[in-house]
Write a new protein. Structure first.
Lengths: 508, 164
């Protein structure tokens, strides 16, 4: 009951005319960003973050969350109409969305994607509401050792579950952590890692500079290289008759959609997993359990619904650890976390006690954002079809200008703009060489917390390293981290053993 | 691909060595007085891990290299575009301190849209003129964030008189 009271208070905040307008602007912007090939939620949030100084902090975070939501819906649009995923999270939507469009059922596919996103979003927001307060209560008991152990756990999930090259993942985590130590030492206050004696480094390397560099400039460079010719847009018309038919079809898919939502939510909570694997898993699962699995990949509506529910649910899921524990579940939420810290709102359990208005306002705004996104999405389909014809060079030029100006605005130093160009080029190279970017951004955001909690623990325990495993919660986290860290090693050993036994068999 | 992989690994090794050298200026070992590591320990040892991992990638490429040597790291056809955009970005940022954002950014747009994107004059001019006006009203008038002006500073004095 207390929960409903909080939620009602939250709605009082999120239904204020200003916040409603912000949500609608946010989801519309998000839909456009998501629909543009190559740009996803993380790029959108990175590019738009500096522009959100225009509204008060609590509204700014609602705006960014709405963009995040809108981008998740929008990704499906270019997956279906262009056959190119609008964001990596919408890759699985191309499998059946594209064939449907080619069969002239683009409108139906778009309706399916939008409704599925709405169902996924709604179920996951309800789960979010139920889990948020209890999780924050547990997190209240956290001291520095638990904080350190939890951050460690977040990083080891990348090693164990990330699926990228283990060595490259570890390098990116370390690089992000080292960059986070630039500036003044947290405890002694001494300057450290002041490269080339540039005074700009005294204030550290901002997460925003890295994010704009990698997800703004780097992403554009990557897209310039990979897009040789303009893709063709499949026309889509939407009539009320089709809408009614589409909703009737979707009504048969409740099992697939609810399964996709719940799975997406929990997969999304893991920092290393997130929306893309969640969508792929949901697609695979739907194909396995479907009665019409033979038509998957040839334009089955279920193949559009499953990944779209899962990726929206995952985006909500990744907000949960960010808001309650202060550990982001995805690169996009890492940026939201960085933004909140910048505005003086420190995510974590204390936020639920100190700023309940803000927290519940944000949670309730997820409900309104979800509803706004599905309505705007369906209403603006003709506009998206037109917008996707926009020449790519115009989009790139605007994004690059926003990167340069947006990077300058927060601290008004040209030093940061140079760093953005530098990170953009370096990020482009590293990405081409298959170095994962998500751990780098997460490490830069979480680095200060990790170092501070580590050193605080040791100072208060007079240098006793065992302090981390003497408390039950942190010991559990450390043990889990160890398992995740050893997972790739165990897999390798098992593969070797198997290779040996199969090689050894003929000799027997 | 193989060569690029090795070059990047070597580059990362050099970078971590450079980080370690910088971090070494602060105590990197255990600080007996307060308990716990010194100020340079965190960056130093993390860079050391980076160095080891990058070396691991390099060694691995020599052990089982040749496999993916056929794939190209760069797409030669479009590499030229990427390089020219990077150069244009660098030139733009270099112009900013003395020419100001309101000269650098329109020049960038003009080059990008007209020469790089081969668009018509109408579109190019609309965006080249419209963008700085939008930036002025969004950042300077609404947010009170002043963009670098350089030489053009005196031209803005009358504008400030109107809008502030």
């Amino acid at each position: 009951m207390e929960l409903l009271g909080h939620l009602a208070d939250g709605f009082a905040t999120s239904l204020s005319p200003m916040n409603l307008m912000i949500v609608i602007i946010g989801v519309t912007a998000g839909l456009f960003i998501g629909a543009m090939p190559g740009l996803g939620s993380v790029n959108g949030v990175a590019i738009v973050l500096p522009l959100t100084f225009i509204v008060p902090p609590s509204s700014a975070i609602i705006l960014l969350a709405a963009i995040y939501y809108g981008a998740m819906y929008g990704g499906a649009i270019s997956s279906i109409l262009l056959g190119i995923p609008g964001a990596s999270t919408a890759v699985a939507t191309t499998f059946d969305g594209r064939p449907m469009a080619q069969q002239g059922k683009a409108g139906l596919a778009l309706i399916a994607a939008a409704t599925a996103s709405f169902v996924g979003g709604t179920i996951s927001v309800i789960l979010f509401t139920l889990f948020a307060a209890p999780l924050a209560d547990v997190a209240l008991a956290f001291g520095p050792p638990e904080e350190f152990a939890l951050v460690l756990l977040a990083f080891t999930t990348f090693v164990g579950l990330g699926g990228d090259d283990v060595l490259k993942t570890i390098i990116m985590i370390c690089l992000g952590l080292v960059l986070s130590t630039v500036g003044l030492d947290l405890i002694s206050g001494q300057p450290r890692l002041i490269f080339f004696d540039q005074p700009g480094f005294y204030s550290g390397v901002s997460f925003l500079v890295l994010a704009i560099g990698i997800y703004g400039v780097g992403e554009i460079l990557y897209t310039i290289e990979t897009s040789k010719s303009a893709p063709s847009v499949t026309p889509a018309k939407l009539t009320f008759k089709e809408l009614k038919y589409g909703l009737k079809e979707m009504n048969k898919l409740w099992k697939t959609m609810s399964f996709g939502s719940i799975m997406g939510f929990f997969v999304g909570m893991l920092p290393a997993a997130g929306a893309t694997p969640a969508a792929l898993m949901a697609y695979g699962l739907a194909k396995l359990t479907s009665k019409t699995s033979s038509t998957f990949g040839k334009g089955n509506i279920e193949g559009v619904a499953a990944p779209e529910t899962a990726n929206n649910a995952a985006s909500t899921g990744s907000l949960l650890p960010m808001l309650t524990l202060g550990i982001p579940g995805s690169p996009t939420t890492a940026l939201l976390l960085g933004g909140m810290v910048m505005w003086g709102l420190v995510p974590g359990p204390m936020l639920f006690i100190e700023q309940p208005d803000f927290v519940w306002g944000l949670i309730s705004s997820l409900y309104t954002a979800n509803l706004a996104a599905v309505l705007v999405n369906l209403a603006l389909i003709p506009v998206f079809v037109w917008a996707l014809r926009m020449p790519f060079t115009v989009l790139c030029a605007i994004v690059l200008i926003l990167c340069l100006v947006g990077g300058y605005a927060p601290s008004q130093k040209l030093h940061d703009v140079w760093l953005i160009v530098g990170f953009g080029v370096i990020g482009y190279f590293l990405r081409k060489a298959d170095y994962p970017m998500a751990p780098l951004v997460l490490a830069l955001v979480l680095g200060p917390l990790m170092e501070r909690s580590f050193r605080q623990t040791l100072i208060s325990e007079q240098g006793n390293v065992l302090a981390f495993v003497e408390r039950p919660l942190s010991a559990t986290f450390i043990a889990l981290s160890a398992i995740f860290f050893l997972l790739p090693l165990l897999n390798m050993l098992r593969r070797r053993m198997r290779a040996k036994t199969t090689a050894g068999k003929p000799a027997e | 691909m193989l060569l690029a992989d090795r070059l990047i690994a070597v580059g990362l090794m050099a970078l971590s060595a450079y980080f370690m050298w910088h971090a070494y200026a602060l105590p990197i070992g255990w600080n007996g007085m307060t308990g716990g590591p010194g100020g340079g320990a965190f960056p130093f040892w993390l860079s050391a891990i980076m160095l080891v991992c990058a070396a691991g990638i390099l060694l691995r490429s020599f052990r089982n290299g040749t496999a993916d040597n056929t794939s190209k790291f760069f797409d030669i056809e479009t590499l030229g575009s990427v390089v020219s955009v990077v150069v244009a970005l660098i030139v733009t940022v270099a112009i900013m301190p003395w020419g100001g954002a309101y000269i650098a950014l329109p020049l960038f747009l003009l080059w990008y849209l007209k020469i790089f994107g081969k668009h018509g004059w109408v579109l190019t001019l609309c965006l080249t003129i419209g963008t700085p006006i939008f930036l002025f009203f969004f950042f300077e008038v609404t947010l009170k964030i002043l963009l670098p002006k350089g030489l053009t500073q005196p031209l803005f004095v009358p504008l400030y008189a109107i809008f502030f």
